[in-house]
Every structure is written in C-alpha cells, then in structure tokens.
Design a protein around this ligand. Sequence first.
Ligand code: NAD
Length: 267
Amino acid sequence: MLRQLARLEGKVAIITGGASGLGKAAAQEFIREGATVIIADINSVAGLEAAQELGPKAQFFKCDVSDEQDVSNTVDHTVACHGRLDVMYNNAGIPGPLTESDISRLDLTEFDKVMSVNVRGTLAGIKHAARVMRQNGSGSILCTASISGLMGGLGTYPYSISKSTIIGIVKAAASELAQHGIRVNCISPFVIPTPLVTEQFSQIYYGAGAEAVSGIINSLGVLKGAKCETADVAQAAVFLASDDAKYVSGQNLVIDGGFSSFKHLNM
Ligand code: NAD
C-alpha cells in the first residue's frame, strides 16, 4: 500500500498559544505531518509540558504576543535554530471578561487588553514572519479569527471586534505579501470546549463543569451527528499551511458546520 506523504515534511512552524486548546491540537497535527513546531506561549509551565508531550519535533519558546520584541525574538530564535520559517500561525487569543458583553459596563482598559493580544499580537506575528519569509520568497501565515467576528451576540465586544479586525488584517496582508510569494489566511472556528471557552461558559451557566459545558456547546451545533472538535480546526490549519493550498490566500475558512451560513432553530 502507498504511504501518503506527510504534507508538512521539512517545514518549520511557529504556533502562538500552542500550549493549550486549538494551538496544541494544531502543533500535534503539524508534527504528525512532518513539521518542526515552536510552541510560542506566555504560559511557560503549560508550554514546556506541551513540548515534552509532543516529542523532539516540538520546542517551547516563551512569548507574550502583545509584546512586539517577544514576537520578534521568537521569529529570530526559530530562524537561528532551524534555518528557516515556513509557517506562522498567529493563534493566541483571550476573550476578555464577560462584563464586556454589556455596552453600558464596557471598560475600555479591558478592551485595550484584548486588542493588545488578539490584534496587536496578530499584527506583530505577521510583521516579523513576513520580515524573514520575504527572504525565501515563500511562506504561509495563518491567523485564528472566530465566528464571533462574523456574527453578533457570540462573544464580548472586544472579542468580536478583535476577531472581525483579524479578518480585515488578513485580507490587507495577503494583498501586500502576495508579491513576495507569502500566503495569508485565517480560520474562524465554531465554539469548542477548550479551557478558554469552558471557563467562560461555566461563568455564564453558574459553575457548570467541563462535561456540562461540552453538552451545552454540542447542543448549539446545527450539523446532525457531528460536533466541532479541535482536530477539525487543526486539519484545516494543516491544509492552509501546506502546499495543497498553494493558490489560497486572503481567505477566512469558517469551520462551524454551517452555523453562520443559514437560519436555524437554535438561534
Ligand atoms: P486556550 O485558552 O485553550 O489557549 C489559548 C493559549 O493562548 C493558551 O495557551 C494561553 O496561555 C495562550 N496565550 C494567551 N495570551 C497569550 C499571550 N499574550 N501571548 C502568548 N500566548 C498567549 O484557548 P483556545 O480556545 O485554544 O483559543 C485559541 C484561539 O482560538 C484564540 O485566538 C481564540 O480566540 C480562538 N477561538 C477559539 C474558539 C473556541 O471555541 N475554543 C472558537 C473560535 C476562536
């Protein structure tokens, strides 16, 4: 039987927020497809644990994406250790406190915090990845947006605003960087019970545990017989990172089982 070739063989990737949830699942899938992955995360304990769990092709580098110097150092460290950077996955993100869902209680300091991680962090990631990718004349930059950036009522104000801004940034950067052979895309996932979401839902549903939160989230989905899992997003990221997507740029790949595309009874 023919063995399917690994789609990211020999590629070097940075995944921000790679210590947990969607980022960690992507790191696992990237490594399975042959990549070397730098897990860039603000949480050193979780980041080191994740790197150890994922084996010798994973490496942890501490990085707060809201600090441009940290992002620049992460990119330079990657190139110094591995000689190149093929994929930059700007995935780290925070939701902001739930009080930020009520415009009359909006605290603009909290707004700035969310924007500094989700938007500033993404911009810094694109800027510094492009700096080194331009020298190779190729590269794939991915960003994590959300269906909250496409629809109202699915997250706090800063979160929704930050995610729709990311979709705009991706289009602008794809347009500029195409001349250098660099593709830029984003992924907008449905709700998935990662630590970020489980913590927020347990506040909304008065202390509901992880299992109850998963049940609530699964009841929101519209695609019969399926639920959105971290692996669904990781597979999409592998596709966009790989040469299978060599003519795909400036796109927002929505992974929501159709939720944002049609009217349905759960709304
Ligand atoms: P998560 O909390 O499991 O993981 C987020 C990771 O980002 C953590 O490891 C955290 O330490 C890291 N991080 C936070 N701030 C950082 C910073 N300043 N610098 C570097 N790392 C930082 O959450 P997740 O659900 O896996 O979220 C990953 C991304 O997916 C986020 O951008 C989130 O907005 C987006 N997203 C999640 C869902 C979902 O339902 N889980 C849906 C749509 C989009």
